[in-house]
Design a binder for this molecule. Structure first.
Ligand code: FES
Length: 110
């Protein structure tokens, strides 16, 4: 399923129940790997590739609104994509629009 919202096109990737609170999962949406995180009853989405060496952030460790990469433990803010171990660095991760519509998780694509 796919629909438009302003300039963003949202694509359904699964149901809310597919990602219990406190967990994360990777989806490939039209060739783009996106990590979707369910923490504190909110959904967040980031480009799934860690900017250090490409590990899957969806397979990282969650601590509140922070995900730590499982390979070398770099930490990123789920809300902003900011690399938290060196703020204002060039290593931030792209935030991906995500929303919940009628129990379905939707990822926004440009
Ligand atoms: S690959 Fe993520 S911190 Fe190294």
């Amino acid at each position: 399923m796919c629909e438009s919202d302003a300039a963003i096109r949202f694509v359904t990737v699964g149901a809310v129940d597919d990602i219990p609170n406190g967990t994360s999962r990777m989806f490939v949406v039209e060739g783009k790997a996106v990590g979707v995180f369910h923490v504190e009853h909110q959904f967040y989405a980031l480009d799934n590739a860690c900017p250090h060496a490409g590990a899957s952030l969806a397979h990282g460790h969650l601590d509140g609104c922070t995900v730590s990469c499982r390979i070398h433990h770099w930490r990123f803010c789920l809300k902003t994509g900011t690399y938290l171990d060196e703020p204002a660095s060039r290593w931030n991760v792209q935030v991906v629009p995500v929303r919940v519509v009628e129990g379905h998780i939707q990822i926004g694509l440009p």
